[in-house]
Design a protein around this ligand. Sequence first.
Ligand code: FE2
Ligand code: FE2
Length: 290
Amino acid sequence: MQIPSEENVQSAIQMRRMPFEYTDDIEPHWRPDQPEWSHMVNGASLTMPFLEPFLNVNMNEALPNISDPQILADAVAFIGQESQHYRQHRKYNSLLKRKGYPELVDVEGAMDASFKRLAGKSLAFRLAYTAGFETLTLGATEWVVTNRMEMFKNSDLRIASLLLWHLVEETEHKTVAFDVYQDICGSYWQRIYGLLYASYHMVFWTRQGYIAMLKKDGLWRDLKSRRRLWRRSLAATAAFGKHILHGLMPTHDPRQINDPKWVIDWMARYEAGGSGVPLLNQQTLSNIEI
Ligand SMILES: [Fe+2]
Ligand SMILES: [Fe+2]
């Protein structure tokens, strides 16, 4: 990996090693009254150890072609953060397979094959996919941070902590994949194709994961369960859709999107070594105001 030391340019993006543990007392229904919401998050988690290494391979391949030393430093930091993310999700996903859902191995196998096929595409397409996925994470952060009290009420806050840490760091590196794409490729139409393809691809694989888990639970054909799933899916579509629409604009730049105050506060508290972050409890969840 090329290190931007000769330019003496450093990235403000931090790599945080988090002390999460996934002990067997964590239930896959981490929000017990909402198995559908639990599995939507679990389905997204299942994709991460395939998606994020794919993003990192793309960024790593791009490094020698990056002309701007600051973008290069940030791209190296991006790779560091994503590496931590998928390692944590891989551990959590092992717990899911251990605790009732061994059939997820089949979903993982199919997902692995899909990402291997994508790895054979051009670097320009893969960087457009990378920037496109990072646009989706802005929607995820805004949605989850804004609704965190409802989403994580009466839930296992170890999973909330994992998700919120991941989303905070996604916000922190929100400009990097876009900047790399613009620096190396820059084609508007290819960026749009990458954004739409990444959106379809991620929804498809997240669904494969949660459908498998809901089938195992005997809930997939249950009308009440399906209604709860639709309600949450509709809210997700609105939240992600807003950012996809923003991403479709020729003038799109992630810098135009303000970081939620809660995210800024989370980082400040981490920096200060404050208690409660990263391992949230019900009180810290509510005390950190948006
Ligand atoms: Fe990530
Ligand atoms: Fe990311």
